[in-house]
Design a protein around this ligand. Structure first.
Ligand code: SF4
Ligand code: SF4
Length: 74
């Protein structure tokens, strides 16, 4: 089976801090930041490099905050 490595980009200014993405991630990649954005929401950030590009986080995010990039690992 092909292995995939992923990377996510989080648009922190648009994050509303609902944290459903954290629950959805099987790799524990997403964590709560210690910072707030300009709207006062405590946004999420990338906590490790274990992303597999499954896109669960992007699918569950109600505001389309997360973009997933996926690459095949040979
Ligand atoms: S793409 Fe999958 S593994 Fe990567 S951060 Fe999102 S839910 Fe986690
Ligand atoms: S699901 Fe979207 S809005 Fe909610 S915490 Fe994650 S990135 Fe932010």
């Amino acid at each position: 089976m092909a292995k995939f490595k992923g990377e996510i980009v989080i648009n922190t200014e648009r994050c509303k801090g609902c944290y459903v993405c954290m629950t959805a991630c099987p790799q524990g990649v997403i964590r709560v930041s210690s910072q707030v954005n300009s709207k006062g929401y405590t946004y999420v950030e990338i906590g490790n490099d274990q992303c597999i590009g499954c896109a669960n986080c992007a699918v569950v995010c109600p505001d389309g905050v997360i973009t997933v990039y996926k690459a095949k690992v040979e």
